[in-house]
Design a protein around this ligand. Structure first.
Ligand code: GLN
Length: 314
């Protein structure tokens, strides 16, 4: 059944989810391998739920801006498929979960085909970013920002250039990953512009409302809840939701799929989106992360809402 956000009961549940999440934020800390992210206040926590008619219900720090980080990997995958077709993109990347950390590179060396495992780990997302077309880096960056604006319904959405700079200066591991993939024949052209595009995508700045809207588009089979425009083809939505279930929460994806049961994606900026199919879009933000890189408060909010709103897909 579709969620009805008019009800007082739903509003109460969202507020309860927030206070439940608050109890756990002290067990995490902001990502510090990207120096700019370490400055975030770990006590922040917000949640937004968007129903399939575009009604929004929020609680806590839902207007706080954060960078999408890995959540944007979902958007860049959709864009790369739109521009190049499904078959081409999956010559560069696979669809299998790894069970490894999001920034791991061990399997890139040991595989026979040497293709990154899936588009949700850094290696896979960098390979996908290399497929995004345009005559210059600037044009490709503009295209990604425009696409993110369309998918969030926010025409003002933009890049956080401080975070972009911080990632570019300290992204040595991502630089190693792309160079390894270049040596393996996965990456065409110069590595630096592709890496810059990847950092741009990760540095897209949004709040819980923007992200809940995007999640609602995914839950709504690719249809904009307000305008009813088909923004993403159904075949592509089904594919990305599947990859979110199997690979969306880093090396916690298996346990999360079993216990929470919603197609979800998290980012080290502290955001998590969930797209329970045919129900609603949910976004949580809390920069205090656990050791796998998932928002501790955000995880608890998703757990709570899945149970109390009966959103588990199985
Ligand atoms: N920009 C981050 C990185 O490349 C994204 C990782 C994430 O959110 N898990 O390390």
């Amino acid at each position: 059944m579709m969620l009805d956000l008019e009800s007082v009961e739903q509003e109460k549940l969202i507020r309860q989810a927030l206070s439940y999440g608050h109890k756990f934020v002290r067990y995490g800390k902001p990502a510090d391998y990207i120096p700019e992210l370490a400055k975030k206040d770990p006590s922040k926590l917000g949640v937004a739920v968007c129903d399939l008619n575009g009604n929004m219900m929020t609680a806590g720090d839902c207007d706080e801006q954060f960078t999408m980080q890995s959540i944007a990997k979902v958007m860049s995958l959709i864009l790369a498929i739109e521009q190049n077709g499904f078959e081409y993109v999956f010559t560069k990347v696979g669809m299998e979960p790894t069970g490894d950390a999001f920034n791991s590179m061990v399997r890139l060396e040991s595989l026979i085909k040497k293709k990154p495992f899936n588009p949700m780990i850094n290696a896979g997302a960098i390979a996908v970013a290399s497929c995004i077309r345009g005559s210059s880096l600037e044009e490709r960056q503009r295209c990604c920002v425009e696409f993110a604006r369309k998918l969030t319904g926010n025409p003002k959405l933009d890049v956080d250039y401080e975070v972009f700079r911080s990632e570019k200066e300290t992204g040595h591991k991502n630089r190693a990953i792309i160079n390894l993939m270049k040596a393996n024949g996965i990456i065409d052209g110069d590595v630096e512009p592709h890496l810059d595009l990847y950092f741009t995508i990760c540095s897209l700045s949004a709040n819980c409302r923007d992200m809940a809207f995007f999640a609602a588009v995914l839950a709504n089979n690719g249809v904009n809840p307000n305008t009813k425009e088909q923004l993403i083809p159904l075949r592509v939505v089904k594919l990305v939701r599947s990859l979110m279930v199997t690979c969306g929460m880093y090396d916690y994806s298996g346990e999360y799929a079993a216990t929470v049961g919603m197609p979800s994606k998290s980012g080290v900026g502290g955001g998590i989106i969930a797209a329970p199919i045919g129900k609603c879009g949910i976004a949580a933000y809390g920069p205090a992360l656990d050791e796998k890189g998932n928002s501790v408060g955000g995880l608890k909010i998703m757990e709570f809402l899945s149970e109390k709103m009966d959103l588990h897909m199985f």
